[in-house]
Write a protein that binds this ligand. Structure first.
Ligand code: PMP
Length: 347
């Protein structure tokens, strides 16, 4: 019998002038990276399977983060990393804890792998409520606890003390989903240890401007990485992706400059939103959650779409009634969004 997965999770891919719905980077990758990748493509032995261990990529990521290659697991996007974690540590008879509202794929992939989903609430303002976390962990003893920081779609990073408390209270694996970590004031990478229970997941999709390449990874205890490797399909990471991931890391300075630019633009976008008839939440990521004061999120989403601006409609999601999420774009895209929103909410 199949599992009831509900409507699934996807953002419509419609043709619009201004696309701010999936938290991608507004900028393509540096030209130097594209040229280096083109050379690597030309030198690829296409008739051979790729390096099954992805050794060069893992070594490069290990060097970037100051860990060992056997503490790095790579997959086709961080979603596939999360799926592999749940294949290894979830499944029938085990539970995964999520604190809503949060990234919908955590619960979705848990259900896909027939892992029971236990749900806790966040505090007002969307931070983790450590008392609630302790209650859920003690009641369900989840095999996997998800913490998304900065949290999608609400935007805030969790304080380091709260994450340390979650790790101390957990009996199973604690997955820190750091898809937006480069924008965050801190990272939980320092909590990863071979005898610990914390793993950190990252993606190339956002700050590395490589959403099209589908590459994500996990930094965790070596024994956990070994378990994940056992669940991955043979040669699941193709040679082009391995090269792309390795070559991108040579452009770290450009990436950091983009992060700084996007963070500054986020503040300009948030200030623009604050001048309109909407409620705005502070963000440590590359997107901003807001709620039209009319409460009519879906109608505002439609009004924006009519003006060729696409944002994420969260208005029907539990705990997020009326909310919309906008990705930080280029200054021109954000101006177009703000102008369209002003027309829609001030009508
Ligand atoms: N985690 C979070 C919190 C995300 O927002 C996303 C992207 N929507 C992902 C993971 C998945 O990223 P990808 O599979 O592109 O690496």
């Amino acid at each position: 019998m199949s599992v009831d997965l509900g409507p699934g999770y996807h953002s419509p891919q419609v043709q619009v002038a201004v696309r701010l719905n999936t938290n991608e980077s507004p900028y393509p990758p540096p030209a130097g990276f594209v040229a280096a990748l083109a050379e690597a493509v030309a030198a690829t032995a296409f008739h051979r399977y790729p390096d099954r261990e992805a050794a060069a990529l893992r070594a490069a990521l290990a060097e970037l983060h100051g860990v060992r290659p056997d503490q790095v697991f790579c997959a086709n996007g961080s979603n596939e990393v999360l799926q592999t974690v749940l294949l290894a540590y979830g499944g029938p008879g085990r539970a995964a804890a999520v604190f809503e509202p949060t990234y919908a794929l955590h619960a979705h992939i848990a259900r896909l792998t027939r892992t029971e989903v236990v749900v806790g609430d966040r505090a007002p303002g969307w931070r983790l409520d450590v008392t609630e976390v302790r209650r859920v962990l003690a009641a369900a003893e989840p095999a996997v606890t998800f913490v998304c920081s900065p949290n999608n779609p609400t935007g805030g990073a969790e304080p380091a003390e709260a994450v340390a408390e979650v790790a101390a209270a957990a009996t199973g694996l604690v997955v820190l989903d750091e898809a937006y970590a480069q924008f965050s004031p801190w990272s939980a990478l320092s909590l990863v240890a071979d005898d610990g229970r914390v793993v950190v997941t990252r993606t190339y999709s956002k700050t590395w401007s490589m959403a099209a390449a589908r590459l994500g990874y996990l930094i965790g205890p070596a024994p956990v990485v070994a378990e994940l490797e056992r669940r991955a399909l043979p040669y699941h990471l193709d040679a082009l992706k391995q090269a792309a991931g390795r070559l991108a890391l040579a452009h770290r300075a450009e990436m950091e400059a983009r992060v700084a630019a996007v963070a500054a633009e986020r503040e300009r976008l948030a200030a623009g939103l604050a001048g309109l008839d909407v409620q705005v939440w502070p963000s440590d990521a590359n997107f901003v959650l807001f709620r039209p004061r009319s409460g009519e999120g879906a109608a505002v989403w439609r009004g924006l779409l009519d003006r060729s601006v696409l944002v994420r409609d969260c208005s029907s999601w539990p705990r997020l009634a009326g909310c919309l999420r906008v990705t930080v774009g280029t200054p021109a895209e954000d101006d177009a969004f703000l102008a369209a929103l002003a027309e829609v909410v001030d009508r």
